[in-house]
Write a protein that binds this ligand. Sequence first.
Ligand code: F6R
Length: 369
Amino acid sequence: EKGGHDFFMLKEIEEQPAALADTLRGHLVDGRVVLDEQRLSDQELRDIDKVFVVACGTAYHAGLLAKYAIEHWCRIPVEVEVASEFRYRDPVLDRSTLVVAISQSGETADTLEAVRHARDQKARVLAICNTNGAQIPRESDAVLYTHAGPEVGVAATKTFTAQVVACYLVGLALAQVFGTKYADEVAREYAELESSTVAVQRVLEAVVEPTRALARDLATSKAVLFLGRHVGFPVALEGALKLKELAYMHAEGFAAGELKHGPIALIEQDLPVVVVMPSPKGRAILHQKLLSNIREIQARGARTIVVAEEGDETVRPFAEHLIEVPAVSTLLQPLVASVPLQVFAAEVARARGYDVDKPRNLAKSVTVE
Ligand code: F6R
């Protein structure tokens, strides 16, 4: 049942290409992106002038990526907030606000309360959920299900990457309603999303074993820092969260641009620092800036672990350990870059003798606020 692995989580990491394919399948019909449930008219959707994405934990990290896609494709403002903060700060909501609630379980109390609050204020609610008929989709106006299948490991892996592509589907669905993307562009983007399954499969084939060896090597570290920029920033946050929850290790994710505003003081001899590099072609300016960050980190004696695009030779001299992932479009990069970080966290935890599927103090679904 664990597919030859000693933990479900490892099997679930490997199921990601299928989870992505299953989540995308059937959502492009006659050139239009369709949701699973849709109780909002096109006119009601066209009236939307602001989007809030609310979620907790890993789902929040997927939500951060929704912002890049929706703002880029739809040209409307998107705010992303952890549900427990959103709910209690009196956000400005009305019938032209769309609240996108992301929840694997569909039962997370913080997210559910945020949904109820939004609806009380007349906002429209769209749920992204992995569990058919759960409470959050039941109370929403529209639903897109991730089809990642049941996730036994407490730490979210395949449901995270499935949430990310679901967020992108929502972005495309909105773009076509708003008219900011034509049908042929939507179809092209959808095909691009489909190509992610192949890219993630290649990551699994190429990087799992070397990343496990690296994890065993670093398993006694006290702390690990994760840096990323743009879409690499949520990847850094997610990489750090996985390591905290599975390996009980102090881990922090930072926006790399913030390094000089404080976190650089933490950099010291032998501290492992994971850097998620943007594409040198797709994001040349950001790539340069991160390269100079890595130089600074390396100069201070830290151990640099760099996730970079295949063939990016410029990082090699500064990477103590290089994890190469396939070249993909900017929005897909989080999918290929997250996988090695999931493997890394799982393997550090295993090397430390912890139960990877059932980390201490954590429940799969948090049904209290
Ligand atoms: C982390 C993790 C949690 C959940 C969070 C939200 O690996 O699993 O952070 O992502 O509790 O859960 P859902 O998505 O069920 O609302």
